[in-house]
Design a protein around this ligand. Structure first.
Ligand SMILES: Cc1cc2nc3c(=O)[nH]c(=O)nc-3n(C[C@H](O)[C@H](O)[C@H](O)COP(=O)(O)O)c2cc1C
Length: 198
């Protein structure tokens, strides 16, 4: 019988696809920390300061800010990307960061449990950003969670002036998503342990 691992000590790195201080996507990341159970730690990354991808720069090595984010992705048990929708897709700052992170050996997204959520002003909540992002994650061979989908539309009405997520149904969906990510991590640990014992 394979040992079943408890849902303990799961570290989820949230990567917001928006730079702005009052970003509602960043706010969703903070809300994730509020709804996460005690055994799940939420860390929030910031894409500020990541230069535009340049292969000539990469030829001299990863910029410090990229190397540090790369290490955080590598060390996290799972990643949750929370992104706005910009013109039917996800923002260039996010793609730029992913392009940097994809470089080099031991690409950190490979096999990494990765979920996504979107927060957008429009009624469709950034679903088109998620569709576009999903293709990229597929190429990066992430262990992408298909469900539950978290799409936060008409977002300005769901957060208060301080950036707190006040919409209870959205908080409940977010809690479900965090629980699903933790379950995926636990499942993968169980499989890895069973393989090690075989
Ligand atoms: C360049 C740009 C393009 C946008 N395109 C869309 C869009 O296609 N669909 C949508 O729902 N909102 C769109 N928006 C509005 C964003 O959803 C809204 O500004 C959102 O709050 C941004 O996320 P943030 O609060 O995390 O920064 C766009 C905003 C910008 C700046």
């Amino acid at each position: 019988m394979p040992r079943t691992h408890a849902l303990a000590d799961t570290r989820i790195l949230v990567i917001p696809g928006s730079l702005r201080r009052a970003s509602l996507n960043k706010a969703l990341g903070r809300a994730a920390a509020e709804v996460a159970p005690a055994h799940v730690a939420i860390e929030i990354a910031d894409l500020a300061g990541i230069p535009l991808y340049d292969d000539d720069v990469y030829a001299h090595g990863l910029p410090e800010v990229v190397a540090s984010l790369r290490q955080r992705v590598a060390e996290a048990d799972a990643v949750l990307i929370v992104t706005p929708e910009y013109n039917f897709s996800y923002p260039g700052v996010l793609k730029n960061a992913i392009d940097w992170l994809s470089r080099g050996k031991e690409q950190p997204f490979r096999g990494k449990p990765t979920a996504m959520a979107s927060v957008a002003a429009g009624a469709l909540g950034g679903i088109r950003a998620q569709v576009a992002l999903r293709e990229v994650l597929h190429y990066l061979e992430t262990d992408t969670l298909e469900r539950p989908e978290l799409v936060v539309g008409s977002a300005n009405a769901k957060f208060d002036a301080s950036g707190k997520l006040t919409d209870e149904p959205t908080r409940a969906q977010l809690a479900k998503l965090i629980a699903s990510i933790a379950e995926r991590v636990a499942r993968n640990r169980t499989i890895a342990a069973a393989c090690a014992e075989a």
